[in-house]
Write a protein that binds this ligand. Structure first.
Ligand code: M6R
Length: 610
């Protein structure tokens, strides 16, 4: 997803812009560029490729020394990655960077062509830049031009703009795409995300929709779209620089896997009061949870897979039917939503466009919405009726790991709370599970982390595979689906997850000599059945890696080539250390292949387009 940074102050802007863009690399990009205001001119340098390509170009150009500039990393949506399509987009009068998608760009282009404008790029952004140009030429007033442009543009945008004649000022406005603003003695900043300004500021404003920011070295002003001054809420950054960096680990992903015990503790502790789940800190009335007849968990990717674990545990404990939905499908298939349904939206970033659209659709249908989100103040968090924050801290690696674990942890707590409210669980049992969750999950995950060397050894056996299968039943199947996604997204090995009993209905024809099958067994009542499935693949030549709960190891004769034993924990909580083991396996395979673990090809951390 595109990354935006802007700086205006007394220092040279280029190093600040490049450094800021580097911290946004995790969002994924294919080209980058900067515009710097100097001597009454707006000088722009752009390059397809990585930031080093842009730096090379900047070095070859005459040095840009201006102290007001905007920078951008582009993740192509309209038009291929190229120098021309990259941002900033410029006109005679302004330079603009954009994150989002302008839906009516074709209409805007037609209107602008009629007014004599021509276009050099294929981007929707250039159409927005030229629309602003036309409006600015008419009024000579940047704020008025922005205000009028927002009335014409349909779609999502976070814009950073510098106008000629106002070369020490950055203007910003957003809709549906994130943008933050910071200001201090050093000057003013805009950015797509906190890591880009962490080095410079400990506080920031998350720009509200329909608010324009005007940022200069010495002042920061906000106004609404009628140009009336408004206030924005100043928020404190409680992530330190170390947290947002790798902290000695070779990759963000492995660092973030190691942060799971702490993240789970932080997420659970404040929500367990007198031994029972309590959402007072989230201002969520637990009794409300008893009023729903059925639940829809809606999310994308890994968050959706956490929803599968949530479904298993909510149905098991609270006996409320749960339907897990892929957010991108949800809205368009006209889901049946009834008055007493609850829609739970899961999202690490809180900015995933499909999840946001599903949330808005649910609200429009009059259904109560509850978000489980990691990024504070993000769009999903702000728009849902209630929000439970997962306190996992920043997740930088594209592959989601700790966010998944804490989403599962919160879904467990919700399940217990609902089970209590529905009288499916008595207080003593609820207390027992809560106590186990607090006492045992973090330590079991810590133990799982100590298996890293053994998991590395197993990874060496999988690294050359072209295809791989994960199998399991019940909650082990839910875990397999996520394990499979984790492996394929960062190792580029094709993998599929199958319910162990389903293989024989077709897919087993793909099992030939040496095909790796990772088999999960943590659920005792289906273990024997899964073992039958393992026998079926083993006898057809599969290379079987068994991932088995310690308590089940001696009980069943599991035919396998390798075994990873999940640290002992009560069966109901086994998904937590099991998920960590699977994440480590995917990590080691990717690292062994020498791939870009944190930034896999074609992927972005936060998918803010539908
Ligand atoms: O920020 P979100 O949790 O809404 O993101 C959802 C998915 O895009 C995300 O989980 C994606 O599948 C990750 N690459 C998985 O590792």
């Amino acid at each position: 997803m595109c990354g935006i940074i802007g700086y205006t102050g007394s220092k040279k802007s280029v190093p600040i812009l490049i450094e800021g863009l580097r911290t946004l690399e995790y969002r994924g990009y294919d080209s980058a560029g900067v515009t710097v205001a100097e001597g009454g001119c707006l000088s722009t340098v752009k390059s397809k490729g990585r930031l080093t390509d842009l730096e090379g170009k900047l070095k070859r150009n005459a040095e840009l020394t201006g102290s007001c500039g905007i920078g951008h990393t582009r993740w192509a949506t309209h038009g291929e990655p190229s120098d021309t399509n990259s941002h900033p987009h410029t006109t005679d009068n302004l330079a603009l960077v954009h994150n989002g998608i302008i839906e009516n760009y074709a209409e805007i282009e037609e209107m602008l062509r009629g007014a004599g404008y021509a276009f050099v790029s294929e981007t929707d952004t250039e159409r927005a830049a030229k629309l602003l140009d036309m409006l600015f030429v008419k009024s000579g007033d940047p704020l008025d031009a922005i205000r009028r442009a927002t009335k014409v543009i349909r779609g999502s945008y976070a814009f950073g703009i510098i106008f000629k004649g106002y070369e020490d000022v950055i203007y910003a406005v957003r809709k549906d795409s994130p943008l933050i603003v910071a200001h201090n003695d050093e000057g003013g900043f805009i950015a797509s995300d906190i890591p880009a300004i962490l080095k410079h500021s400990t506080s920031y404003y998350r720009l509200d929709e329909g608010v324009i920011a005007k940022i200069s070295k010495s002042s920061l002003e906000f106004c609404d779209l009628s140009l009336t001054p408004v206030e924005q809420k100043l928020e404190t950054i409680d992530w330190n620089i170390e947290q947002a960096q790798k902290g000695g680990y070779p990759h963000f992903m492995i660092k973030e896997i190691h942060e799971e015990p702490e993240a789970i503790r932080k997420t659970l502790e404040p929500r367990i009061k007198d031994g029972l789940p309590h959402f007072g800190i989230d201002a969520l009335d637990g009794d409300l949870l008893s009023s729903f007849d059925s639940i829809h968990i809606v999310a994308c990717g890994t968050a959706m897979h956490a929803g599968l674990v949530g479904k298993a545990i909510i149905e098991k404990l609270a006996r409320v039917p749960v339907n897990v939905e892929i957010a991108s499908e949800f809205r368009y298939r006209d889901p049946i939503l009834r008055k007493n349904d609850l829609v739970i939206l899961l999202s690490q970033s809180g900015e995933t466009a499909d999840t946001l659209a599903a949330l808005r659709h649910s609200k429009a249908c009059g259904v109560y919405t509850l978000a489980i989100v990691n990024v504070i103040g993000s769009s999903v968090a702000r728009e849902a009726d209630s929000v439970l924050y997962t306190w996992a801290g920043p997740e930088i690696a594209v592959a989601s790991t700790k966010a998944y674990s804490v989403q599962c942890a919160l879904l467990y707590l919700l399940a217990i709370r609902m089970a209590l409210a529905n009288h499916k669980l008595d207080e003593a049992n609820a207390r027992h599970i809560c106590d186990m969750m607090l006492q045992k999950i973090p330590s079991a995950v810590e133990k799982a982390l100590t298996l890293s060397d053994k998991i590395y050894d197993v990874a060496t056996m999988l690294v050359a595979a072209e295809h791989l299968f994960y199998i399991g039943r019940d909650i082990d199947y839910a875990l397999s689906v996520e394990a499979s996604l984790k492996l394929k997204e960062i190792s580029y090995i094709h993998s599929e997850a199958y319910a162990a009993g389903e293989l024989k209905h077709g897919t087993i024809s793909l099992i030939t000599d040496g095909i790796p099958v990772v088999a999960l067994t943590t659920v005792s009542n289906v273990c024997e059945k899964t073992v039958s499935g393992i026998r079926e693949v083993k006898s057809r030549g599969a290379y079987v890696v068994s991932v088995c709960a310690e308590s089940l190891v001696g009980k069943y004769d599991i035919p396998c080539d390798e075994m990873l034993v999940i640290p002992d924990i009560d069966e109901i909580l086994a998904p937590f250390p099991a998920a960590t083991v699977m994440q480590l396996l995917a990590y080691h395979v990717s690292a062994l292949k020498g791939l870009d673990v944190d930034k896999p090809r074609n992927l972005a951390k936060s998918v803010t387009v539908e």
